[in-house]
Design a protein around this ligand. Structure first.
Ligand code: MBD
Ligand code: FE
Length: 308
């Protein structure tokens, strides 16, 4: 066996100089993180005997991920976004926060500034012949008290799995709304049932998934931010029950408690009452928020988003 270069003084000295850990100035926490990350890369290269052509193919890969604007897609695909959620869950548990609607990842496709209305909204513009969905519920706190004036920011894909703002075929803010809860903490919206999302087939994220022998599908889902003064921001999604990828999400976002039953309504009287001419779907889902507390890390996450 050749000796481990990692354990030699020249490599240890190199890592200290790279991170400037031994020098004055700079951000000490960042220096320590850079030292750790670069050390771990060195170690990986050594342990797997990574050859220069392999290394440069990885650098070219990362370049393509950035150029294709797929960082936000690779991150959930590698479970990193779910890991951040697991850490928030753990911190809340340690702070004694229990119950409430489970969080799950935001994903890369939220846009700021969706139209705001009170109590109710229609998310689709009628241009797509999807199955009509009515979704409704109440925002409450852990004591069951309704939260009036909460804002439910909802966004989802169309019947082809595309999101407005990213899929140029859709009008601005299609399938995106902010709904302020009424005096009883209630919200209701009309939309169409989304289809699942699939990673761009020719993109770098799918390229890695292919090499791993994984698929790039998400089950059909609807995203939410729920915010109210004095409460912890909730970032979550519901999944549409029955989807073939329900428990096989490439982004690892499916959770117990986030799979409400989808009621199919097909009686003529109900259809007529809704002004429709075909059966429709109904979902009831309540959001339960935690009161804000200094005992757990904040849930408002600073994150760069695509310009709306
Ligand atoms: C999505 O719609 C999504 O929610 C995630 C997490 C990743 C890619 C597309
Ligand atoms: Fe999504």
């Amino acid at each position: 066996m050749t000796e481990s270069l990692m354990e030699t003084k020249p490599v240890k000295d190199l890592l200290m100089k790279v991170s400037a850990l031994g020098a004055d100035g700079g951000d000490v926490r960042l220096k320590r993180i850079v030292h750790r990350v670069v050390s771990d890369l060195f170690r990986t290269i050594e342990e797997f005997d990574v050859q220069p052509d392999e290394f440069w193919s990885a650098m070219a890969y990362l370049t393509r991920v950035g150029q294709a604007n797929e960082i936000g897609l690779l991150v959930p695909g590698l479970g990193l976004e779910t890991f951040l959620d697991m850490r928030l869950d753990q911190a809340e548990q340690q702070a004694g926060l229990e119950g409430g609607t489970p969080r799950t990842i935001e994903g890369p496709l939220w846009l700021e500034g969706a139209p705001l209305s009170v109590g109710e909204a229609r998310l689709d513009d009628g241009s797509e012949q999807g199955e009509v969905l009515f979704m409704q519920g109440q925002v409450r706190d852990l004591n069951g008290k309704p939260v009036a004036g909460a804002v439910v920011d909802v966004w989802h894909a169309n019947t082809k799995g595309g999101y407005s703002g990213f899929d140029p075929s859709q009008p601005k803010y299609n399938l995106r709304r902010r709904i302020q809860t009424d005096a009883e903490g209630r919200y209701v919206f009309r939309s169409i049932l989304p289809s699942g999302y699939a990673c761009p087939p020719d993109g770098p994220t799918q390229q890695l998934l292919d090499v791993l022998g994984r698929h790039g599908h998400r089950p059909a889902h609807i995203h939410f931010f729920v915010v109210a003064p004095g409460y912890r921001k909730l970032t979550t999604q519901i999944n549409i029950d029955g989807d073939e990828y329900l428990h096989d999400d490439f982004a690892f976002a499916t959770r117990d408690g986030l799979i409400p039953s989808v009621k199919r309504v097909s009686d003529a009287a109900s259809i007529h009452e809704k002004g429709l001419n075909a059966p429709y779907a109904e979902i009831d889902f309540d959001f339960v928020l935690h009161a804000e507390t200094a005992a757990a890390p904040k849930t408002v996450v600073e994150r760069a988003h695509a310009p709306a």
